[in-house]
Write a protein that binds this ligand. Structure first.
Ligand code: NAD
Length: 287
């Protein structure tokens, strides 16, 4: 068992809300931090939604266990209060390096010395953020997959400066919150999951943006021909289109064209995926 008892999650969007809820569900005290009250209102709605999801999809979550998780969750817009006694901070703010560096700069000053920092970044290397933390030995990446209550991998990846004891603690913590921990032995952009997934999603967008095949037909080919349960555009909808958009728009010219296509045809129309009720598919009739 680790010494971690109190966990702070920064950012309560798609992944942050899931991480905070899963951690509280597993018995930890969780402070969730976001930038303003409007963001926290959205977080409350996400948590309420997760109670319903867990009751339906997680064995043993009915009978009050999912609701009880809410009692262990507090919400904050003041960073100092949110991290005051944190053993572990898990950061899930937007995938923008300068924003993350700025946030780690503040966090390094406000958090107690004991606090371990973990980034959930999908595509940025922890070594690009480690100096901003002021404590590179207590910093690493802890990467979750979307829908963590069922797709429960936790990839743990340090930098050359990460203390091996911190690495092992975070691996063990991941098990304590019901994840299957996977050590990534050397720093690798995209870990295991996104080293496979990002080129796959980009290729799908190229097919649709280039007019070769409609998104639903791309998905159909992938599902039928490989036996996979979902096609790439179903996966886009689960992820939420903002994160792929941020990644693509920081890429080369080819990737920026795909970002522009996503923005014009989907994001600007409010079609951000399951979270907004519509993306490449409509979810408006789902209860
Ligand atoms: P999101 O846009 O849904 O949520 C981001 C949240 O961060 C929002 O609530 C926003 O208000 C908040 N925020 C913005 N600036 C902030 C700041 N300075 N401090 C604290 N909070 C701030 O994004 P997301 O999809 O949850 O992604 C968050 C991180 O998780 C990214 O690094 C992403 O790469 C990673 N991730 C995402 C997925 C996914 O499937 N969406 C999967 C694994 C990892």
């Amino acid at each position: 068992m680790t010494d971690i008892r109190k966990v702070t999650v920064l950012g309560t969007g798609v992944l942050g809300a899931q991480i905070a809820f899963q951690t509280a569900y597993s018995g930890f005290e969780v402070s969730a931090y976001d930038i303003d009250d409007a963001a926290l209102d959205k977080a409350r709605a996400r948590f309420a939604g997760l109670v319903g999801t867990y009751r339906k999809e997680v064995p043993g979550a009915d009978g009050g266990k999912a609701e009880a998780a809410l009692q262990r969750l507090s919400l904050h817009t003041d960073l100092a209060t949110a991290v005051a006694d944190a053993d572990l901070v898990i950061e899930a703010i937007p995938e923008v390096l300068s924003l993350k560096q700025e946030t780690y700069g503040k966090l390094g000053e406000l958090a107690p010395e004991k606090t371990i920092f973990a980034t959930n970044s999908s595509t940025l290397l922890p070594s690009a953020m480690k100096d901003a933390t002021g404590r590179p030995d207590r910093f690493l990446a802890l990467h979750f997959a979307n829908s963590i209550w069922k797709f429960n991998t936790a990839e743990v990846m340090g930098t050359a400066d990460t203390d091996p004891a911190v690495f092992d603690t975070v691996l063990a913590f991941a098990s304590e919150i019901g994840m299957v921990p996977v050590p990534v032995r050397k720093e690798k952009a995209g870990y295991v999951l996104n080293s496979l997934l990002v080129p796959f999603l980009n290729s799908a967008a190229e097919l649709a943006a280039g007019g070769y095949a409609d998104p639903h037909d791309v998905d159909k080919v992938w599902r039928i021909a490989t036996g996979a349960p979902m096609g790439p555009f179903q996966i886009y909808d689960i992820i939420g289109l903002n994160t792929p958009y941020n990644i693509l728009s920081h890429g080369d010219e080819r990737l920026q064209k795909l970002a522009a296509w996503l923005k014009k045809n989907y994001i600007d129309k409010g079609k951000l995926g399951i979270a907004t009720g519509e993306g490449f598919y409509s979810y408006k009739d789902r209860s």
